[in-house]
Design a protein around this ligand. Structure first.
Ligand code: VGL
Ligand code: ZN
Length: 202
């Protein structure tokens, strides 16, 4: 067991990001067994859950004449448009059935504001609206964070980089992550995380 100050942060291990889901990540379900195994090493476990209203601004369906994976200029900058996914209360928004979600101390929902996406579990895509996770972790004395889950190049990336920016130590275990890899986004994510001081582990 790792020290009490260590937490495993499981990002968006949900049905819609796995094969058969609305925004399927190739081989996404393969992360569940290693994540369940890692849980045994960590005194604290937090799960993030992508949790969008049906009218969410990140859904291509909500933009006339736009297709998934095109971009749009949101008030806060460029936003990728996604197939509708992780809609609140739907089966696709649930944790993958193979994930040991019962181990979680906290389930942190994000992306619930219709007008703002939230890749990071710490801060929404406007880079101004906090989710409250940093305060929760600080209050519990959790300083060393290990990130796993989906997807490496979006929600894991932004969460790990924001963790370092918020003063936490952060590492990512790639074996327990899978990527969307949109136009080189995986390589860019790995470079950005390393540059930010995130420890990248196999
Ligand atoms: C994610 C795109 C949109 C993720 C969530 O979990 O990486 N990516 N919503
Ligand atoms: Zn999303």
């Amino acid at each position: 067991m790792r020290p009490d100050s260590h937490a495993l942060i499981v990002i968006d291990a949900q049905v819609d990001f796995c094969p058969g889901g609305r925004l399927a990540v190739a081989d996404g379900d393969a992360v569940m067994p290693p994540i369940n195994a890692l849980m045994a090493d960590f005194p604290s476990v937090v799960l993030s859950q992508d949790w969008h209203p049906a009218d969410h601004a990140s859904f291509a369906d909500n933009h006339p004449c736009k297709a998934p994976f095109e971009t749009v200029e949101a008030p806060y900058g460029t936003q990728v448009l996604w197939p509708a996914h992780c809609v609140q209360g739907t089966a696709g928004a649930e944790f993958h059935p193979a994930l040991n979600a019962n181990r979680a101390d906290l389930v942190l929902r994000k992306g619930f504001r219709p007008g703002i996406d939230s890749y990071s579990a710490f801060q929404e895509n406007d880079r101004a609206t906090p989710t409250g996770l940093a305060g929760y972790l600080r209050e519990r004395g959790l300083t060393d964070l290990t990130f796993v889950g989906l997807a490496t190049d979006f929600c894991v990336r932004w969460s790990a980089v924001d963790a370092v920016a918020s003063g936490f130590r952060a590492s990512v275990i790639l074996d327990a992550c899978r990527a969307i890899d949109l136009d080189g986004s995986l390589d860019a994510a790995l470079a950005e995380m390393r540059g930010a001081g995130v420890e990248i582990l196999g």
